[in-house]
Design a protein around this ligand. Structure first.
Ligand SMILES: Cc1cc2nc3c(=O)[nH]c(=O)nc-3n(C[C@H](O)[C@H](O)[C@H](O)COP(=O)(O)OP(=O)(O)OC[C@H]3O[C@@H](n4cnc5c(N)ncnc54)[C@H](O)[C@@H]3O)c2cc1C
Length: 376
């Protein structure tokens, strides 16, 4: 049985895996090139919305997302108990809003299969919709209401996970610098060399380096087509009643945070590893806000920021053991849903550490699936 494990990356995925592994009795080390949660995880809107994010069919990805939503409440309670910090988890429910009657036809099959999977979704129109969410534009004729979806303050969850990990004795190294070498030992085990710290060895390594995970191809000897997709996002000052639900439209989404900010996101730009904010990106969000939530018209944005989502070639995460490298597990490529998927990813990665065979839940997310394509 392995006793020690390195998490390579200190975003939400690395810290969640570290927390779960420490609870299961492993000696855990987190190596973070920069600061904990300083990349995609600190930029996220924190929506936990498996139904709104999966509109077509109950495929393996939907089931993974739903399993994670179902784990969230007890997971957050554990993180809060160990850290003594709040994560602002709110089950607000969501409204997917529409302007045209023609948009409503595909909704019936969606409502049917969502409800088979516990969504309790319903179509709301007219006065009932205005009562539910008074601030919506009158152009909106109907909405799909899903009461089960929730949100969390992502930077708060990251901070709470970091504190919880410290309390459990996890060794956390931030600003560890560039990865110089990953040496797998013949029998088992791994040694990691990074520019800013002495070399560190452990029995296992979990790769949770977000959009940067593709750089590990040379050491893992598998194909890892992961690329960054920039998300630009902004916020407005708000009161609790300004927006009661998460709102999803065809152009943007909005979520009202308990600390008094409506967060509006997000662009999907291909800009390499550039995480800067552009006027063009934010102006598109401002125009959408004015159109769908008129009370935001003429309000200044309070903050503007951006992050790099880790996207794979097929849009699905990479969770599983690395072929040919028995000491390595991948937990990367969570693209738009890494905050939602963090509890289930931590469970699955730690089940692999424990030596349990891969659950049917993750067959579709094998990190080796692109290597097979390369050799065709
Ligand atoms: C604008 C925006 C909005 C989003 N909204 C949502 C949302 O509402 N709900 C949701 O579920 N998801 C959302 N996401 C997606 C979510 O943020 C990501 O899927 C998630 O944060 C990925 O987590 P991660 O830990 O894999 O990556 P990151 O948070 O990027 O963490 C990876 C870490 O690894 C470090 N690293 C990289 N290379 C190395 C190395 N070689 N050695 C050591 N460390 C390394 C990096 O410095 C980084 O800190 C959003 C993303 C963005 C950008």
């Amino acid at each position: 049985m392995p006793q020690s494990v390195i998490m390579l990356g200190g975003g939400i995925i690395g810290l969640s895996c570290a927390f779960e592994a420490a609870l299961r009795g492993y000696r855990v080390i987190v190596l973070e090139a920069g600061n904990f949660g300083g990349q995609a995880s600190g930029a996220a809107a924190g929506m936990l919305a498996p139904y709104s994010e999966n509109t077509d069919q109950p495929d393996a990805f939907f089931r993974l997302c739903l399993q994670s939503l179902n784990l969230y409440k007890p997971w957050v309670e554990k993180v809060e108990a160990y850290s003594g910090m709040s994560t602002d988890w709110v089950r607000s429910g969501s409204l997917n809003v529409f302007r045209h009657e023609a948009d409503l036809f595909p909704l019936w099959s969606r409502i049917r299969w969502h409800n088979e999977w516990g969504a309790k979704a319903e179509l709301v129109e007219g006065a009932a919709l205005r009562e539910l969410e008074p601030g919506l534009s009158h152009e909106i004729t109907a909405a799909l209401y899903c009461p089960e979806e929730s949100h969390i303050y992502a930077p708060g969850l990251v901070a709470a996970l970091e504190t919880a990990c410290r309390k459990l004795g996890v060794k956390l190294y931030d600003y560890a610098g560039e990865l110089l070498d990953l040496a797998f030992h013949e029998a088992s085990g791994v040694t990691v060399r990074m520019a800013g710290i002495p070399a560190i060895s452990a029995d296992r390594i979990v790769i949770c380096s977000g959009a940067w995970s593709g750089a590990l191809e040379r050491w893992l000897n598998i194909s890892l087509p992961i690329h960054p997709i920039r998300g630009q996002i902004c916020s407005y000052e708000s009161m609790p009643d300004d927006l009661r639900h998460m709102i999803f439209s065809s152009q943007a989404y909005w979520v009202n945070k308990p600390m008094g900010r409506i967060v509006c996101g997000a662009s999907e730009d291909v800009a390499g590893f550039d995480s800067s904010v552009t006027d063009r990106g934010i102006e598109r969000l401002i125009r959408a806000s004015e159109r769908w939530l008129p009370h935001l018209t003429d309000k200044n944005t309070a903050h503007r920021w951006a992050g790099l989502r880790p996207a794979t070639m097929d849009g699905l995460p990479l969770i599983g053991s690395v072929e040919g490298k028995p000491s390595a597990i991948m937990a990367s490529g969570h693209y738009r849903n890494g905050i939602l998927l963090s509890p289930v990813t931590a469970m699955l990665a730690c089940d692999l550490l424990d030596g349990r065979t891969e659950s049917s839940l993750i067959t579709a997310f094998s990190p080796n699936r692109f290597t097979a394509l390369r050799s065709v």
